[in-house]
Design a protein around this ligand. Structure first.
Ligand code: SD4
Length: 323
């Protein structure tokens, strides 16, 4: 067997064979340094079930777009996650309204905002991208489109979320200080075996938001942006701050100019710090991935982490932070 093929088929298990000292020669080790970082899936927060789902699909040869859609659907279906999909916390009137977007390697994009009664907004966003001449559908129109395309109408307000909302109504204390305790939006990026990148972002937004409020998550350039030549970025946290800085677009453009994913994420968070004198009161976080599979992650407040599935291994990775 040729050396390169041998190393490809044995992968890191080559290390386990290292009883023979010649194995440690520079010659033997060289191919490890050129080992591919991809396929890979990464996501905001510790959503390892989601990155694993996407990652396993990628290793079985799925395209990045299919993997990213199926990956974030894991959290959309997770009733315990009160910031995404079914089980999401309602707005102050008691409506669960969902926002999501998706981007393909071709740079196509689809999004839905203020979508009620549909458990998988990311899949509706994909249909918007693939079946309409538009990028974004909102509210009633988005719901009508979803129903016409075979999505089922469901009640997204779980008993637990309803009870918590009713407790909140007693005080109506709306101060969205958000960190790990009340955050769970999933933004995901996947690179497949062909080295194509796709991304998705899906959320129910801030708990007890004003009726009609939309955050960054479904906004192309804010909650998600990618360019198949460069890489991608996703965001979570206070959507208003992320939208005002067009954070994910900024990160991809910084990577285009030669910044590493880590440097680019740090610049984007520091830009938000500069723009917002109340930056100590909210959380924002970014995760970025370039086409080599290099990852960057930075957040305003300690407590953010990102999930990763790479080399068939899943992990949770604490992010660097500003304060
Ligand atoms: C929003 N960025 O709607 C979302 C909130 C979020 O985890 O990330 N929550 O502003």
């Amino acid at each position: 067997m040729k050396r390169r093929k041998f190393i490809k088929t044995t992968g890191m298990s080559g290390v386990a064979l290292a009883g023979n000292s010649s194995m440690f020669s520079a010659n033997f080790l060289r191919p490890f340094s050129t080992m591919k970082n991809t396929p890979i899936s990464i996501a905001t927060w510790n959503f390892q079930k989601a990155t694993k789902k996407a990652g396993e699909m990628l290793f079985q040869g799925a395209g990045a777009l299919d993997a990213v859609e199926q990956g974030v659907r894991v959290e959309e279906a997770n009733l315990k996650n009160t910031t995404v999909g079914n089980g999401g916390a309602p707005d102050r009137e008691g409506n669960v309204t969902l926002d999501a977007c998706i981007m393909s390697p071709e740079g196509n994009a689809g999004a839905v905002v203020y979508l009620k009664h549909i458990a998988h907004p990311v899949s509706v966003a994909r249909k918007v991208m693939e079946k309409t001449p538009h990028v974004m559908l909102a509210g009633e129109g988005a719901l009508q489109f979803a129903l016409e395309n075979g999505f089922e109408k469901v009640n997204l307000l779980t008993e637990e979320s309803e009870q918590e909302w009713k407790q909140w109504l007693e005080h109506k204390n709306y101060k969205p200080i958000i960190n790990i305790e009340n955050h769970d939006t999933i933004g995901m990026l996947c690179i497949d075996e062909k080295d194509d990148i796709s991304g998705a972002c899906t959320t129910s937004g801030l708990s007890y938001k004003m009726n009609g409020r939309i955050g960054d998550s479904p906004i192309i350039g804010a909650g998600l942006f990618l360019d198949n030549e460069i890489g991608g970025a996703v965001a979570t946290g206070m959507g208003e701050a992320i939208m005002k800085s067009v954070g994910s677009f900024l990160i991809v453009e910084l990577m285009r100019q030669g910044k590493s994913p880590q440097e680019a994420c740090e610049i984007a968070v520091k830009r938000i710090v500069k723009q917002n004198s109340n930056y100590k009161d909210f959380q924002v976080a970014f995760v970025a991935l370039n086409k080599n599979g290099d990852i960057g992650s930075y957040c305003l407040h300690k407590g953010f982490s990102y999930a990763k599935y790479q080399n068939k291994k899943t992990s949770n990775n604490p992010s660097q932070f500003y304060i």
